[in-house]
Design a protein around this ligand. Structure first.
Ligand code: CA
Length: 498
């Protein structure tokens, strides 16, 4: 038996080594991303989607204003407090650092007192609208993961639109309209995010939630509610993210909704705090923003774990032989099965569609031809156990059975074990642990202590009720009274020795 095994290994080994030359040894590790985490059960693997961590994205943006000279202070001017039109001693002077309010102050570290803020020049040209576009560009596709929060130092605008672009600013779509009176400003019925449902999540609404109360100091923020929208799928405390990810996986529109390359804040009418604009005191009216929060992550199509900022540019560190700013295509000389993004879901669905070298099939084909075996069906050498058939498809790929992976379906996804094909693992020392002291044997069975049975030794052999032994156990039931007798004898024995 052992001789046969040695012989078999000797026969297989050269072939295996030859095969390994074609594939990176870490092939299997590319299929998914995982990290070790501590839980109540000890050290386990946590499988996750292949994506960079979410972070503060304002560190990586470029801001542009339109009109470009709309920032206050050139020439210097004084402006009045909105809540007190007779207090007009605030100065803005672009040439003096302490009195300047450049756009960068919307993204600096906040927490200082007084706050730092960008400010526009005042509404001197009234009744011509005071319109300012603030464009935030990443030059990279990013996915939003938290609410966009804009904190105003002035009153919040009476009319404003938040817009997004997915094509680096060529086209724009509204994200949300904001007004003190939605019907008047945009002929839209006012709505709140709470009125949205799973079916209307992609609706663009006008909200009056963030335009009132210009003097109340806590009413300074304007929000675009990402988390409330996530909650429509993931539950109020976002406890069921799998449900959200499931939706994101299957619904491109939903994915795209949270994806942007640019944001544009269109300030259309400043806070006036009154029904009539006071034409004699237009220095009261301006925009000022102290902080903008944008939280998100690089979009890498689930083919990268990290995203780097180099030479003023974000780019995904693509894995799976993919390339491009968003890992959106295969590297040169590689090809994927019909290209698709990876998956947010955990295994087995969370398997990214890896790209494989183009030249594998031709190399093998030449060898086969030189041997005079021109059977096209065998060109791909699909593993007969791991693949659905030994024929490969039109693009030279094998169709793998559940659990199998690799170009020839010759390897197993995590959670599967090679045994004439990929069989679901019974046990391992990571996620599938034998219970009640059972020992995992070769990942295919748990060797259970006498009192337990079941695939993972999870079942007590004898239940407490009379005659309740597991009929499969084939063991004589150990009755309650017999057990007591045994225990008593043990105690007697122990006492005698003492
Ligand atoms: Ca600031």
């Amino acid at each position: 038996m052992s001789m046969w095994l040695v012989l078999t290994v000797q026969v297989i080994w050269p072939g295996l080594c030859l095969a390994m030359q074609h594939y990176p040894t870490t092939w299997g590790h590319y299929d998914i991303c995982k990290s070790q985490v501590y839980t109540d059960e000890g050290l386990t693997w946590d499988y996750m989607a292949c994506q960079p961590e979410a972070t503060d994205m304002t560190k990586y943006l470029k801001v542009t204003l339109d009109p470009p000279n709309i920032t206050c202070g050139d020439p210097p001017e004084t402006y009045c407090a909105l809540e007190n039109p007779y207090m007009c001693n605030n100065e803005c002077d672009a040439a003096t650092e302490e009195l300047a309010h450049p756009p960068e102050l919307m993204f600096d570290f906040e927490g200082r007192n007084p706050t730092t803020f960008w400010q526009s020049s005042s509404w001197r040209k009234y009744p011509k609208p005071l319109v300012v576009n603030i464009t935030l560009s990443w030059n990279k596709t990013i996915e939003l993961t938290d609410d966009i929060v804009i904190t105003f130092e002035s009153g919040r605008p009476e009319q404003m639109v938040l817009e997004k672009s997915l094509d680096y600013g060529r086209t724009w779509q509204p994200y949300q309209f904001y007004a003190t009176d939605c019907l008047d400003a945009f002929t839209m019925e006012p709505k709140t995010v709470q009125e949205l449902s799973q079916f209307t999540l992609l609706d663009i609404i006008c909200t009056e939630e963030y335009s009132r109360g210009y003097v109340w100091k806590y009413d300074k923020t304007v929000r675009f509610e990402i988390k409330d929208r996530f909650a429509l799928f993931a539950g109020p405390r976002l406890h069921n993210m799998a449900s959200l990810y499931g939706q994101l996986d299957t619904t491109k529109n939903l994915r795209d909704f949270f994806t942007i390359t640019d944001l544009r804040i269109r300030l259309l009418r400043p806070a006036t705090g009154a029904t009539m604009v006071d034409e004699s005191n237009l220095s009261r009216y301006f925009y000022a923003i102290s902080d903008i929060k944008v939280h998100g992550r690089c979009k890498c199509n689930l083919h990268a774990n990290s995203c780097v900022f180099e030479k003023e540019k974000l780019s995904c560190e693509c894995e799976h032989n993919t390339t491009g700013p968003d890992c959106g295509r295969c590297k040169r000389n590689y090809q994927g099965r019909a290209w698709s993004a990876g998956s947010y879901l955990p295994i087995p669905k969370g398997t990214a569609n890896i790209c494989v070298p183009n030249n594998i099939s031709p190399v093998i084909r030449q060898n086969v031809s030189s041997l005079g075996v021109a059977n096209r069906n065998q060109d791909c050498n699909c593993n007969p156990f791991g693949s659905e058939s030994d024929h490969c498809n039109g693009t030279g790929f094998c169709k793998c059975k559940a659990g199998a992976t690799g170009v020839k379906c010759h390897e197993c996804l995590p959670g599967y074990l090679w045994d004439n094909g990929c069989k679901s693992r019974v046990c391992d020392n990571e996620l599938l642990r034998c219970q009640n002291g059972g020992v995992c044997v070769n990942n295919v069975r748990c060797q259970c202590p006498p009192a337990f049975s079941g695939l993972l030794c999870e079942k007590p052999r004898c239940e407490s009720e009379a005659g309740g032994c597991d009929p499969d156990s084939g063991q004589t039931p150990l009755s309650h009274s017999a057990f007591l007798l045994l225990l008593t004898s043990a105690c007697v024995l122990l006492l005698t020795r003492l």
